[in-house]
Design a protein around this ligand. Sequence first.
Ligand SMILES: O=c1ccn([C@H]2C[C@H](O)[C@@H](COP(=O)(O)O)O2)c(=O)[nH]1
Length: 189
Amino acid sequence: MDLVEKINDLCLQTNQTVTKREGYIDWCEYFMAVAVLAAKRSKDPSCQVGACIVNKDNIIVGVGYNGMPIGCSDDEFPWSKNTSSPLDNKHLYVCHAEVNAILNKNSSDVKGCSIYVGLFPCNECAKVIIQSGIKEVVYLSDKNAHKIEYIASKRMFDSAKVIYRQFIPQRSKIEINFEVDWELTSPKK
Ligand SMILES: O=c1ccn([C@H]2C[C@H](O)[C@@H](COP(=O)(O)O)O2)c(=O)[nH]1
């Protein structure tokens, strides 16, 4: 319990005005955290990407991460790249996080939505993002900015008027603790 929570707890016990909790995460942190959490489902040993699509009402309408297509076993299909045999390269098979998030949508479409992604989208994802009507891309890392696929993404986004902006975290981490003591956090009866 932090100081404000302790004061509020005291206020609750003595029937005094209680102020709202501090330290809560804002919308952008929340959506990017969902994308980062989704990435933890990825089986790709070298790069885990997550994506979270949000509508204008701040409702999450799709989440995805990079993985093998349904029915293509994570244990049978390759996770290597730079292989001598091109057919053993993961890039031929993996569905990208952005595409999975769009395909997983729980709304009729994703027009006008924003997509939060760990990694700036490649050119193939950029095409799908544009065609789906997504209007904003918020990304954490642009580590591939020098590669032609990513230069092409920006060229297409600029032409199609899809806004892209980097998410600059105001905190280095958000902790998820499954061992919450609900007795301590619940208001007293
Ligand atoms: O926009 C993108 C770009 C890449 N991915 C996925 C595809 C792969 O599983 C990894 C990239 O692997 P590397 O080892 O860095 O080549 O990321 C994606 O989901 N979205």
